[in-house]
Design a protein around this ligand. Structure first.
Ligand code: ADP
Ligand code: MG
Length: 705
């Protein structure tokens, strides 16, 4: 054991003493042995030998198995064992990667696996998600989001640190997984020693097989109990209300068993959790106690872990048993398995990305799920015993309205970021890149156009120096551009804070959660939220430690936890700035240019997301001419003539969210090429800009004279 520690690396299979952990030389804990017994009952364990044989004989392998059969937690450990046996020289570094489309899953599963292997998270087993790397030089098994593996490929094109790469949840067909498919196909040709395992929960697997040159397919039979499915007789007008009603009915009338409810996002989930707790409290003590747990991606890890806590015990001996109610986004559909769920409530919706290349709008839209999703959701009820699934839609609607499969994300996304990544990876011929489902040519054209306007690609489509630096930031291209040029506007400290807040979603927490505290709301509005935000930004840019003072935060409407998250993101962005010699600077706060410089820098990134206030009182997006409304969460106390926006929100109306006031003159200075009036559609904005150009000319003439 001592030897292992001093070597700083794994001791191999301690055959003489099976009670010593081969990874860190410590004796196994009691918990390890307990979990091991449970693990051995998982379906994949019955096919362990078969799997290892197949892995040995093939470079690529496809594995399909019902959710909960042990793919994500067990297969990487099997792989690790096999790899370790093949590389007897323990000083040589080898690593196994397992990708997850969702950050919550990467975090949660890696923690579980660290526990199963009886090691500390971040040591032998780690995880890596955007803005958070929990791994070390000792790490041999790393769970990471598919997006992070793509980022790693930018620095290490042959992914040489890995011996085996496992693409998990392949059926989700996320954008990053789809790009990795194409990329890895090439890498495998150049690295005969690398192996790829593609894991999926559904049977689209034949398609994967065809794509990966007929790689062998291994099926792990599920272990599902029957699930009875109920539909509503009539369509539900308000699914949230219907879901809560159903929960209460189950709680009052059905035998013990936990409940899983699928909702669409953080706000809705938090709202539902409050309502459920209230109704349960109102129902009285005759019914058992309830523990309501939310699950969504921005939840802090300690809270995420609560979904695995057992249901609460009866209030008194012999009282009604307790129930756990998990209110989750799609992440509980296939990525995470919660044991003990007997009842599933499926309202039939999830938040899905949609993209319209014609008007260049990407948005998250609450949309009906597919039949495949509905099937997965109901399956969650039958993991440990027979269960029930309540679908809050009619059977007719299930049969006639739901699509069989969800479309791959690549067909529903803005590809600017992906194209920038591919260019950085040296893939120039996008048209012939081996996509499993090629994106629409119009979408690719749009992406190239955006990158060209931003200056990331030249007119021949080659990556520029600016584009290269932009690609280093784990941000969308507009934000990356804003950051890279911010020193020119003398406000990179502030733009770093803005980017960090926007990326960690905490701007949203700062603005809306605190705005909702109604008695303080008027003060907030009165103070003109934008100025307040900018003031908090200034503090953030100069004195991050001030956020550790809880009373200061309260006084200033700031959520300290959110600021801490933003701080962490900021630090990482600062490192990239420093690496590329981008100056960290601020305009003097007392100068009247302080806010102006910040807004100009923002415009330099977001000039393709400008809206103009028409005489009719509506905003129209420039060039694309979409009618939009300022989102009610905005903190402006007037309607500026020109605004840039960070987000386009499609609901019953088109909203633009996180807006900033800019001036027409700045537009001419900062983005003359995009606002070249020669190829500009006829509209009010064009006439206003024409006047501004004319005014410029006159002023030019006058100053000459
Ligand atoms: P699959 O990937 O095939 O869906 P998993 O490997 O994720 O299956 O899950 C296998 C088992 O491990 C499940 O029974 C699940 O409940 C259990 N499990 C996974 N993560 C945790 C955790 N954090 N705590 C307790 N049990 C867990
Ligand atoms: Mg899994």
């Amino acid at each position: 054991a001592k030897l292992a520690k001093t070597n700083g690396f794994a001791v191999h299979g301690n055959d003489t003493n099976p009670l010593v952990n081969r990874w860190n030389g410590r004796p196994y804990s009691k918990r390890y042995l307990e979990i091991l017994e449970k693990r051995k009952t998982l379906p994949v364990w019955h096919q362990k030998e078969e799997f290892l044989q197949a892995l040995k004989a093939n470079q690529t392998l496809i594995l399909v198995g019902e959710t909960g059969s042990g793919k994500t937690t067990q297969i990487p450990q099997f792989v690790l064992e096999a790899v370790e046996l093949e590389i007897p020289d323990k000083r040589r570094k080898f690593m196994v990667a397992c990708t997850q489309p969702r950050r919550v899953a990467a975090m949660s599963v890696s923690r579980r696996v660290a526990e199963e292997m009886d090691v500390n998270i971040g040591e032998e087993v780690g995880y890596s998600i955007r803005f958070e790397d929990c791994s070390s030089s000792r790490t041999v098994l790393k769970y990471l989001t598919d997006g992070m593996l793509l980022r790693e490929a930018m620095a290490d094109p042959l992914l040489e640190r890995y011996k085996v790469i496992i693409l998990d949840e392949a059926h989700e067909r996320t954008l990053a997984t789809d790009v990795l498919f194409g990329l890895l196909k090439e890498v495998l040709k150049n690295r005969p020693d690398l192996k790829l395992v593609v894991m999926s929960a559904t049977l689209e697997a034949e398609k994967f097989q065809g794509y990966f040159y007929g790689a062998p397919l291994m099926k792990v039979p599920g272990r599902l109990h029957p699930v009875e499915i109920f539909y509503t007789e009539e369509p539900e007008r308000d699914y949230l209300e219907a879901a809560i009603r159903t929960i209460m009915q189950i709680h009052m009338c059905e035998p013990p068993g936990d409940i899983l409810v699928f909702l669409t996002g953080e706000e809705e989930i938090e709202d539902a959790c409050k309502k459920i707790s209230k109704q349960v409290a109102n129902a009285g003590d005759v019914y058992g106690p309830v523990k309501v747990v939310p699950l969504y991606s921005t939840l802090p890890p300690a809270m995420q872990q609560k979904i695995f806590d057992p249901a609460p015990p009866p209030v008194m001996v012999g009282g009604s048993p307790g129930r756990k109610i998990v209110v989750s986004t799609n992440v509980a559909e296939t990525s995470l398995t919660i044991d003990g769920i007997v009842y599933v409530i499926d309202p039939g919706f999830s938040k899905q990305k949609v993209y319209n290349p014609r008007i260049r709008v990407e948005s998250l839209l609450v949309s009906p799920i597919s039949k495949a999703s509905a099937h997965q959701r109901s399956g969650r009820a039958g993991r440990t015993q027979p269960g029930k699934c309540f679908r809050l839609y009619t059977e007719k609607s299930f049969n006639n309205d739901l699509q069989p499969q969800t479309y791959p994300e690549i067909l529903r996304s803005n590809l600017a970021n992906t194209v920038l990544t591919l260019k950085k990876l040296g893939i120039d011929d996008l048209v012939h890149f081996d996509f499993m489902d090629p994106p629409a040519p119009e979408t690719l054209m749009r992406a190239l156009e955006v990158l060209n306007y931003l200056g990331a690609l030249d007119d021949d489509g080659n990556l520029t120096k600016l584009g290269e630096i932009m690609s280093e930031f784990p941000l969308d291209p507009q934000m990356a551009k804003m950051l890279v040029v911010s020193p020119e506007f003398n406000c990179s400290n502030e733009i770093l804070s803005i980017s960090a807040m926007l990326s960690s979603k905490s701007h949203y927490i700062v603005l809306s959660v605190l705005c909702l505290e109604s008695n303080r709301m008027s003060k907030w509005k009165y103070n003109n939220g934008l100025r307040m935000l900018l003031l908090s930004l200034r503090m953030h840019a100069c004195l991050p430690s001030i956020y550790e003072d809880a009373s200061w935060c309260y006084e200033n409407f700031i959520n300290p936890r959110a600021m801490k998250a933003a701080d962490n993101v900021r630090e990482q962005l600062v490192r990239i700035m420093v690496r590329y010699n981008l100056k960290l600077c601020s305009t003097d706060f007392n100068s009247c240019d302080y806010y102006i410089d910040i807004r100009k820098a923002m415009l330099a990134g977001y000039f393709m997301q400008v809206a103009h206030l028409e005489r009719t009182g509506h905003y129209l997006t420039v060039k694309d001419k979409q009618v939009v409304h300022l989102h009610p969460s905005n903190c402006l106390n007037h309607k500026p003539e020109w605004v840039i926006y960070n987000e386009f929100v499609l609901t019953s109306r088109n909203f633009i969210r996180t807006v900033t006031d800019v001036h027409g003159e700045w537009i001419l200075d900062i983005a003359p090429r995009y606002f070249n009036l020669e190829n500009f559609p006829q509209c009010e904005a064009k006439r206003v800009l024409e006047k501004l150009y004319k005014k410029r000319e006159r002023e030019g003439e006058e100053s000459k004279n």
